[in-house]
Design a protein around this ligand. Structure first.
Ligand code: GDP
Length: 195
């Protein structure tokens, strides 16, 4: 999809703040610095609309991007910041769990994994959690431009093995800088949201 109109509808923390138009929705999750903002900016065809590299200590919010008044892309705050306190991590956990388990319009979740490294324990846990709630998953391996092409098959195999990807899940290799995988990600989103 070629996006022309996009706006940040709301940065929400509680369900009462979630938008209520009923558009189908896709959540995006991943550890901090995985390249989530860069992916969102590519998808919505903007240079730096989604914040890049969320800073620790900043308010953690669910950012709802209205795309063409047809669907919401929801930027879920990243996990795995070493400096975040236990209390903040717990608050984050409650907010994410509430969102992922109660949002009726949520049609699927894009789970981002850094192609350069083995999936972390938190990556594995996130995918297990999504499987548990039977949410359709697209795994996106980010920054694939940093990996030589001869290793791309191995990256796919290693990720699939480590995070126990299921039959119905999909995996796409992606680069925000080299524009690799963008169309495939949109195809998956369009299929899931039936837009
Ligand atoms: P976020 O914290 O998950 O939102 O990650 P960002 O989108 O802010 O990206 C974190 C860092 O990785 C930034 O320095 C980006 O420039 C870099 N980055 C993101 N995507 C790519 C990519 O596809 N290729 C390369 N080479 N760098 C990337």
């Amino acid at each position: 999809m070629k996006v022309h109109n996009v706006s940040l509808k709301i940065s929400a923390v509680r369900p009462e703040q979630y938008p209520d138009e009923g558009y189908p929705e896709i959540g995006l999750v991943g550890r901090s610095n995985v390249g989530k903002s860069s992916l969102i900016n590519r998808l919505i065809n903007r240079k730096s609309y989604a914040r890049t590299s969320s800073q620790p200590g900043k308010t953690q919010t669910l950012n709802f991007y209205d795309v063409e008044s047809m669907l919401y892309l929801v930027d879920v705050p990243g996990y795995g910041y070493a400096k975040v306190s236990k209390a903040e991590r717990e608050k984050w956990g409650r907010m994410i769990e509430t969102y992922l388990t109660q949002r009726e319009t949520l049609r699927g979740v894009v789970s981002l994994i850094d192609a350069r490294h083995e999936p972390t324990e938190l990556d594995v846990q996130m995918v297990e959690f999504l499987h548990y709630y039977e949410l359709p998953i697209l795994v996106v391996a980010t920054k694939i431009d940093k990996v030589s092409r001869s290793k791309w098959n191995k990256v796919e195999k290693d990720i699939k093995k480590k995070i126990k990807i299921e039959e119905q899940d999909e995996l796409i290799l992606f680069s925000a800088t080299e524009k690799i995988g963008e169309e495939e990600v949109w195809n998956w989103i369009e299929k899931r949201t039936k837009i």
